[in-house]
Design a protein around this ligand. Structure first.
Ligand code: ATP
Ligand code: MG
Length: 512
């Protein structure tokens, strides 16, 4: 049986290719094609027939189960399954739909939890949305893009001060398992409250319990009204895991094209790559490095290229992306991490070493970088962050050296004390994002040496004191910093005075 040939012969030769002749509303005849499933297994079905099916076309099985035509071979079609269920077995009928997968998009999704095909998972009724978008769309042309100029504030001191991210940027978050990757992005999503940013959390291959926790955390911090959760569980067919990030991107693009700002988080793309590898191997595509198919770079780059910042004439919307990658044994040079590092505009690296030492968030400042966000950082940060990254990295090296028991001079001792104070000041618990002004006040106190002689465990308490005094002593500083003004000498002095007041205990600790 051949798939080539004239339409007529294809119909004749192919097993029952024309299923039925139906009438369209305008009264013309329409032929529908169907095929027969020859085998089903591990999320892939092989179908004989469907002579005219196109790549990535949706295929419908009995009980409205969906699949996506992926491998078009002369003898059969390899279909990746988006659903599994009874009725899907050898001998079942597969019908063409003449369309590619699309998902509902729009404001109706806010506050909802959906699967990668946009079907609700949260018992809150059907999705009210008038618009739908195809999950794959070409990346915006270079000419339509504007430079990244507006900060995407995460509320996390170490990120906003040292590795600033901009709206429209793609920043990779990578680290071994259990290093706080999910915590960091959820923190960032919580911090977007009141900042006119729509957040889409795309969970790929996660356990339901972890995603339930993220949703509960978002709910607890009153963040669901501007968030969408797209969830492809680990036990779903790999096809769902594969399409999930594209669907989430399509939902984000809707807002970007309307001129709004959106953020998509992919937690995580390692699972996505694994699902794609599984599908490719099942479809007998040739494996390459680490058994991943040759186009794995392409599937991730075409996904992340869709995130950008539009020119003002096109509405000026932006779509930022925070893909997460799980490394193994801190190996940044593995295939998928290096691919993603080269696709994105920077990375935040979380290490288990710092995590175990209790330096949380466990961001390795020396290995992390933001290639475009620096230009978007609020100018007031310059007062504290200008050379902080370099001096902090130097301190880390010096600290390793000083462990050998070498005798150190007074200057080195002070450098070490300052570095330790800054490290303490950069620590931050989960879900406690800080406004920029408070971050600057705390870091200014640390870099000016106010924390140098404090026992490390006291730094958090005094930072809390600064945070409580600041709105009382300098209520105007919040707007001054957010409006993009530089910190003048007077405000700088005033901030240090507030920090001194906090050190002198002129604040009341909150009752636990
Ligand atoms: P996984 O690899 O399982 O996805 P992960 O890297 O996403 O893990 P998280 O789940 O975010 O890591 O965090 C792991 C644990 O560390 C959680 O129990 C979380 O509460 C804790 N944790 C993360 N960040 C912080 C922080 N800044 N302060 C205190 N605890 C934290
Ligand atoms: Mg996680």
């Amino acid at each position: 049986m051949k798939r080539e040939g004239s339409l007529h012969t294809v119909f004749e030769e192919t097993l029952g290719a024309v299923d039925r002749i139906s009438r369209t509303p305008r009264g013309t005849l329409r032929a529908e094609e169907y095929g027969e499933v020859t085998s089903v297994g591990h999320g892939v079905a092989r179908v004989r027939g469907l002579p005219g099916v196109r790549s990535e076309e949706l295929v419908r099985f009995p009980n409205d189960l969906l699949g996506m035509a992926f491998n078009l071979e002369p003898e059969e079609v390899g279909v990746i399954l988006l659903d599994e269920g009874p009725g899907l077995a050898a001998g079942a009928t597969a019908r063409r739909t003449n369309r590619v997968l699309d998902v509902p998009v729009g404001e109706g999704l806010l506050g909802r939890v959906v699967d990668p095909a946009g079907r609700p998972l949260d018992n809150a009724g059907r999705i009210r949305s008038a618009a739908r978008a195809i999950i794959e769309s070409p990346a915006p042309a270079i000419i339509d893009r504007a430079p990244v100029t507006v900060p995407l504030s995460t509320g996390i001191k170490v990120v906003d001060a040292l590795i600033p991210i901009g709206r429209g940027q793609r920043e990779l978050i990578l680290g071994d398992r259990q290093t706080g990757k999910t915590g960091l992005v959820v923190d960032c999503m919580i911090n977007q409250k009141g900042k006119h940013m729509i957040c889409i959390y795309c969970a790929i291959g996660q356990r339901s319990s972890s995603v339930a926790k993220v949703i509960a955390d978002l709910r607890e911090h009153d963040a669901t009204s501007y968030c969408i959760v797209v969830f492809a569980p680990g036990d779903a067919p790999p096809g769902q895991l594969f399409i999930a990030p594209y669907a989430a991107m399509a939902m984000g693009e809707y807002f970007m094209r309307k001129g709004l700002d959106a953020l998509v988080v992919f937690d995580d793309l390692s699972q996505h790559a694994r699902a794609y590898r599984e599908l490719s191997l099942l479809l007998r595509r040739p494996p390459g490095r680490e058994s991943f198919p040759g186009d794995i770079f392409y599937i991730h780059s075409r996904l992340l290229e869709r995130s950008t910042h539009f020119r003002p004439e096109l509405g000026g919307g932006s779509l930022s992306a925070l893909p997460i990658i799980e490394t193994e044994e801190q190996n940044l040079a593995a295939y998928i991490p290096t691919n993603l590092i080269s696709i994105t505009d920077g990375q935040i690296y979380l290490t288990p070493t710092l995590f175990q030492k209790g330096v949380l968030p466990a961001v390795d400042v020396g290995t992390s970088v933001s290639r475009v966000g620096g230009k978007t950082q609020l100018p007031a940060y310059r007062a504290v962050a200008a050379d902080l990254k370099l001096s902090y990295s130097q301190f880390e090296e010096l600290e390793v050296f000083s462990r050998f028991g070498t005798r150190i001079d007074e200057h080195t001792r002070r450098t070490l004390a300052r570095g330790r104070a800054v490290r303490e000041a950069l620590k931050q618990p989960l879900y406690d994002p800080l406004p920029a002004a408070e971050q600057i006040a705390i870091l200014l106190a640390a870099t000016s040496g106010l924390f140098d002689d404090l026992p490390p465990e006291k730094v958090a308490a005094f930072s809390g004191g600064i945070r409580r005094l600041l709105p009382v002593e300098m209520p105007g500083i919040y707007d001054l910093v957010d409006s993009g003004k530089d910190l003048d000498a007077a405000s700088r002095e005033a901030l240090i005075a507030v920090a001194r007041k906090a050190l002198n205990g002129e604040w009341k600790p909150l009752k636990p």
